[in-house]
Design a binder for this molecule. Structure first.
Ligand code: ZN
Length: 354
């Protein structure tokens, strides 16, 4: 198999030479064979492994909130800072890990609970429209990963911003931008969905504000500042992770897209384990992103459990298993900002796999 790029650019790295020896029948069964191995592991896993661990981490984030509110009422600077950190961590776990797993329906097997958790996490906690969130992430980004014009991560690009502003300053405005974008996404939705989203986003904002006023005893301006600091605490890695794992990797055209296993192994990258981000963002967004794109219905813990199976299988079949360090990716984006974030990405064709 060869990789051909229609433009010059960084895409084209990680070629999986060697696939040309595979017969067509073998190519057909590559994804089926991997799915069979992964499904077998899922079948033999307990509820605790499949959902329990991740539900417990999210519950712990909610349980830590009262301590956060109480510590924020302290006049001791260290206690206040600890309260701020607890609330920032909890907010990241709930709004990144929680909303992501909820958008994939990975928190429950029941369809009714899946819908409930999606609305609760995405709208009440994440200040975004559940319908638009699921549509953009699951139905577009996952279904059309790195396909230009569909799932090419271009929504993350703001080409008129200089690289330092984009990478280190603009992300701090994410808590303000998110509900504004959510309002724009309401266009075309039913009256019920519009009212539900507005009410849920308001309930989420107001409940945190009310508790900061009443439990922490903060003034209205301090409450708003604390809310922003907590919500923006993980904004930088949030934006970074979203661009690091897809942009700069092979991009495909909608008319000649490769088979799913090639699309995901070439267009997705894993970051190394990181205790801070493993807990707040979840494995599926950090060190198991490849596994998550191949099996998006799995919870974070199950992605971690099947990781050795996926890694070994891809290496066995001489397919790429792309990994890079956070700082190495940051350096790449900083040094190649124009190429990666401003110019149109080049299209890669995986010749010989179609
Ligand atoms: Zn996802």
């Amino acid at each position: 198999m060869q990789m051909k790029s229609r433009n010059s650019g960084v895409a084209g790295e990680g070629s999986a030479a060697g696939q040309e020896q595979l017969k067509p029948a073998e190519r057909e069964t590559l994804m089926m064979e991997l799915s069979r191995r992964v499904q077998e592991t899922v079948r033999l896993s307990s509820w605790w492994e499949r959902r329990g661990i991740d539900c417990t981490i999210l519950t712990a984030a909610f349980i830590s909130l009262p301590a956060g509110f109480l510590l924020l009422s302290s006049s001791e600077p260290l206690c206040f800072l600890l309260g701020l950190l607890i609330m920032g961590f909890a907010h990241a776990a709930i709004t990144v890990k929680g909303t992501h797993l909820a958008s994939h329906g990975a928190l429950s097997e029941s369809p009714a609970w899946t819908d409930f958790w999606a609305v609760f996490f995405i709208e009440v906690c994440g200040s975004f429209s559940a319908r638009a969130g699921v549509q953009a992430h699951v139905k577009m980004h996952h279904a059309h990963t790195n396909v230009i014009g569909l799932g090419d991560s271009s929504t993350w690009k703001i080409p008129f911003l200089p690289r330092s502003v984009y990478l280190f300053i603009a992300p701090l405005a994410v808590p303000i931008i998110t509900p504004i974008v959510a309002l724009g996404q309401l266009k075309g939705q039913s009256v019920f969905q519009i009212v539900r989203t507005i009410v849920c986003v308001f309930v989420g904002f107001f409940s945190q504000y009310y508790l900061l006023r009443s439990v922490s005893g903060l003034s209205w301006s301090s409450s708003l500042i604390v809310m922003h600091l907590c919500r923006a605490m993980f904004s930088l890695p949030y934006i970074h992770v979203n661009i690091f794992q897809h942009i700069g990797l092979p991009m495909f055209s909608a008319t000649s897209r490769p088979k799913r296993i090639y699309q995901m192994t070439h267009g997705v990258l894993n970051l190394p384990r990181n205790p801070l981000l493993d807990w707040t963002f979840g494995h599926s967004l950090i060190n198991c992103h490849v596994e998550h794109h191949l099996f998006p219905f799995l919870s974070d813990n199950m992605c971690l459990k099947v990781k050795p199976i996926v890694c070994e299988y891809l290496q066995e079949k001489k397919l790429p298993y792309q990994e890079d360090a956070y700082l190495s990716r940051l350096r790449l984006f900083f040094n190649n900002y124009q190429q990666l974030m401003v110019f149109a990405p080049p299209i890669t064709e995986l010749v010989g796999v179609q």
